[in-house]
Each structure stands twice: as C-alpha cells, then as structure tokens.
Design a protein around this ligand. Structure first.
Ligand SMILES: NC(=O)c1ccc[n+]([C@@H]2O[C@H](COP(=O)([O-])OP(=O)(O)OC[C@H]3O[C@@H](n4cnc5c(N)ncnc54)[C@H](O)[C@@H]3O)[C@@H](O)[C@H]2O)c1
Length: 263
C-alpha cells in the first residue's frame, strides 16, 4: 500500500532492541518509512533478519539486523559497533526489548525476579551506557526507553515487572539530566504503554487459559477508551520522540494507555 512519507526522521540512525516482532518491529517499519536507517537487535536473530528484509523490500538499504541478548554486556558492545558500522553512526536508541513476569511477590521465585530485572532494566542501563558515546558525535540524538503503565501503577500480581519498569522510568530521567548537563544534545524519555495487541499477550493468554478474543475483550474493559492499543499507537509516539519535532522534550514520561492512568 502506498503511504505518504514526510521524512520526519530523515537521516536518523536508530538502534532498536526487541525488533523481531511486536512494538520494536512496528516502530522500525515506521521509522524507516519516515527516512531513518534502522538496526534491529534481538535475541531472535533470525526474526530480526526477517524484519530487516521486509523493510528493505519497501525501503531498500535502510534496515540491518544483529543478534543481541540485551542482558549481556559483551554482546551490547559488539552489536553497537556493528550497527555503527552498518548505518554510519547511531543517534536514536530505542530500548524496547522486554519480557513480562506477572505474578505476586510470594509466588515469584527469585530467579524469575532477577531475570525480569535483567531483561527489562539492566538492558536499559547497558544500552544507554554503551550507546551514548556513539550518539554524541551524531547529535542531536534521542533515547527512548520502554517502561509500561505498570512502571507507574502497581498491580498485586506484577511484583517483578512493576519493579523493573519503575526502574526504567527514573533511569530514563537520570540519563536525560546527565546528557543535558554534559551538553550532549541527547534527550532521554520513557514511554508507558498499557495493553497493546502484540505477541506479548500470548503469555497472558496461556496463563489465563483464554482465547485471544476473550483476553482482548477482558483487557479492553479495563481501558477507559474501551479498546486495547495497536502497535502503531506506540510506533507513532516513538516516531515523534525520535524526530527533532520533540527537541524540547527530555526526562519526560509519555503514557500510551487509553486513559487508564487518569482514573
Ligand atoms: N504489548 C504490551 O501490551 C506492552 C505494554 C506495556 C509495555 N510493553 C513493553 O513493550 C516492550 C515490547 O513489548 P512487545 O509487546 O513488543 O513484546 P513482544 O514479546 O512481542 O516482543 C519482545 C521482543 O523482545 C525480544 N527479547 C526478549 N528478550 C530479549 C533479550 N534478552 N535480548 C534481546 N531481545 C529480547 C523478543 O525476542 C521479542 O522480539 C517490552 O519492553 C514490554 O514490556 C508492552
């Protein structure tokens, strides 16, 4: 389908974790359509390569893929170096890879707790730490960290996820203040989606023993707008934050939640 392109991120070079599916994939497609080069980094390297190939069919030469386990410091160094070489620089970092971990403090075993922290928040620390030096020479730059509405509002059965996503929220602000103080011209913000229809819902489906339709209906009832979100609802926000249109926004949290947090 022919789409109108405005080049809102023309010349940007974006490193996207968790790009093999879901929100990372949708955002990568949107950024590439609007003129950015993108590197999809995922533990699912084949999935990331497939998404890059799909993007390159529509936007030739704009997408690259690299294997990355976001919990591994050594792999971050390698993946960023590869992306920097492939794209000719990096000035957008989308720390998006994440996993759920929905149960109560008593039912969560310590290994699971630590795994959720590693994938959801250690990853953001490592990404910011090692990407900033690549971003400085290509400023202005933008870091977008995926928290969740669960980073701002707790649930009785989300102990590990609440802890990790709340960490992402304030870590993003600390990074914003650090970059501003250093005069790097790199902004850092967190985004806070609520239920978005991506494969992450499959885990909830399995746990709840529900069909996809039942789950989506149940989740939608909790949202004032009465629907769950689509991946593009998040991708549009990522596009805005990646672009220079948002040049005065740093250290902010943007909720993409159909009104849940207004209640
Ligand atoms: N979909 C939602 O309802 C929702 C709501 C709020 C926040 N989020 C957050 O948005 C982000 C993306 O979620 P999604 O819905 O697209 O999920 P998803 O499960 O569809 O995709 C997550 C991607 O991350 C990758 N990944 C997982 N562990 C990894 C690791 N160790 N290293 C590298 N890659 C890894 C997976 O391979 C996958 O491609 C996550 O941080 C999630 O917590 C999602």
């Amino acid at each position: 389908m022919a789409r109108e392109r405005k080049g809102r991120v023309e010349g940007k070079m974006a490193f996207i974790t968790g790009g093999a599916q879901g929100l990372g994939k949708a955002s990568a497609i949107m950024l590439a359509r609007e003129g950015a080069k993108v590197t999809l980094a995922d533990i699912n390297e084949k999935g990331a390569a497939n998404v890059a190939a799909e993007i390159n069919e529509e936007c030739p030469g704009m997408a690259f893929a690299v294997g990355l386990d976001v919990t591994r410091e050594d792999q971050w160094k390698h993946a960023l170096a590869e992306a920097n070489k492939a794209m000719g620089g990096i000035n957008v970092l989308f720390n998006n890879a994440g996993i759920g971990g929905g149960t109560t403090v008593e039912e969560t075993d310590f290994e699971t707790f630590k795994k959720v922290q590693a994938v959801d928040v250690d990853s953001v620390f490592l990404g910011c730490k090692y990407a900033i030096p690549y971003m400085v020479p290509h400023a202005p730059g933008s870091i977008i960290n995926t928290s969740s509405i669960a980073g701002l509002i707790a649930g009785h059965n989300m102990a590990a996820y609440n802890a990790a996503k709340a960490g992402v929220w304030l870590l993003s602000k600390s990074v914003a203040l650090h970059c501003a103080k250093r005069g790097y011209r790199i902004r850092s913000n967190s985004i806070h989606p609520t239920f978005i229809d991506t494969p992450i819902l499959d885990g909830m489906m399995l746990r709840g023993g529900m069909s996809k339709e039942e789950l989506v209906r149940k989740l939608a009832k909790q949202v004032p707008l009465g629907i769950v979100g689509e991946p593009d609802d998040v991708a549009y926000c990522v596009l805005y934050l990646a672009s220079d249109e948002s040049k005065f926004i740093t250290g902010a949290e943007i909720k993409i939640d159909g009104g849940i947090s207004a209640m």
